[in-house]
Design a protein around this ligand. Structure first.
Ligand SMILES: N[C@@H](CCC(=O)N[C@@H](CS)C(=O)NCC(=O)O)C(=O)O
Length: 232
C-alpha cells in the first residue's frame, strides 16, 4: 500500500496551507495511514490532470486517483473500514456534511477577510499573477482593500465561531470524547489561517483555541509542528 497526496505548498515547500488538504491529512492520520505528500502549486494543473480537475487534494492510492476532500473521506471510510471510523454512523456522516457546508459558507469567507493579503506573500512567485487575478475577480476587490478594517473582520470571525465555541465548551471534540471528520473540517479552516498568515486570530482564553490545540497535538503533533510564516 502506498498512498501519495498532492498538497498545496507555498514558495517555501514546507508551508502547507490548504484547508481541504489539512482536513484530508488529519483524516489519513486518524485512519493510521501513512501518506507521502507532494508539494503542489496553484498553476501546476498538468501534474494533477489525471484527476480530471484542477484542485487539491488529490489522493493516489495505487492506481486509483481520487479528488475532492469529501470524496476522499468517503473513499477512506469505505476502503479502510477496518481502521478507526471518520464518521461512525450514517447520522454522523450527515452532521459532518452540515459542518462542511457551514465551514465553507461561513468560516472560510470570514477567514478570507483576514488572511487573503497574507497568502499572496507566501505563495510561489509563479502563482502570484494567477492567484491575485482569480481572487480579485471573485471578490470584486483588491486583496489589500478586502482585508482593510481588520477589527471588524476579526469580530465577525469570532461571532461566526459561536456555535463551535458553545459546542467545544461542553465536549472535547465535535465527535464527542474522540475526534471525528467534522472536527478535521473546521480544524482545516483554522490551520489554513495558521499556516498562511502570521496573525493570531483567536484569544488564548477562547475555548475554540483550546479545542484547536487539542487537535493540533494529535498524531504526534501533525498540525502543531507544521511550519507557519514568521511575522514581518
Ligand atoms: N471542493 C474541493 C475544493 C478544493 C480546493 O478548492 N482546493 C484549492 C486549494 S485550497 C485549490 O486547489 N485551488 C486551485 C485553484 O484555485 O486553482 C475539495 O473539497 O477538495
Amino acid at each position: 500500500m502506498s498512498l501519495k497526496m498532492y498538497d498545496l505548498a507555498g514558495a517555501d515547500p514546507l508551508l502547507r496551507f490548504s484547508p481541504y488538504c489539512w482536513r484530508t491529512k488529519m483524516a489519513l492520520a486518524h485512519k493510521g495511514l501513512e501518506v507521502e505528500t507532494i508539494p503542489w502549486r496553484f498553476t501546476e494543473k498538468d501534474a494533477i490532470a489525471s484527476s480530471g480537475q484542477g484542485r487539491v487534494p488529490v489522493l493516489l492510492d495505487g492506481d486509483k486517483v481520487i479528488s475532492d476532500s469529501w470524496d476522499i473521506a468517503c473513499y477512506l471510510e469505505e476502503v479502510y473500514r477496518d481502521r478507526p471510523a471518520l464518521f461512525g454512523s450514517a447520522d454522523a456522516k450527515g452532521a459532518a456534511f452540515f459542518i462542511k457546508r457551514w465551514t465553507e459558507a461561513v468560516v472560510h469567507p470570514a477567514l478570507v477577510r483576514l488572511i487573503i493579503a497574507d497568502i499572496v506573500k507566501i505563495i510561489d512567485p509563479k502563482d502570484v499573477d494567477y492567484f491575485r487575478g482569480s481572487r480579485e475577480k471573485a471578490l470584486g476587490a483588491g486583496l489589500e482593500d478586502y482585508v482593510a478594517d481588520r477589527d471588524a473582520h476579526l469580530k465577525a470571525l469570532h461571532a461566526a465561531l459561536t456555535p463551535l465555541r458553545l459546542s467545544v465548551k461542553d465536549f472535547a471534540f465535535l465527535g464527542g470524547e474522540t475526534p471525528s471528520y467534522a472536527d478535521y473540517i473546521v480544524f482545516g479552516a483554522l490551520q489554513w489561517a495558521r499556516c498562511s498568515s502570521p496573525q493570531n486570530l483567536l484569544p488564548e482564553d477562547d475555548p475554540v483555541a483550546a479545542w484547536f490545540d487539542r487537535l493540533a497535538q494529535l498524531y504526534g503533533g501533525l498540525g502543531a509542528k507544521a511550519p507557519r510564516p514568521a511575522a514581518a
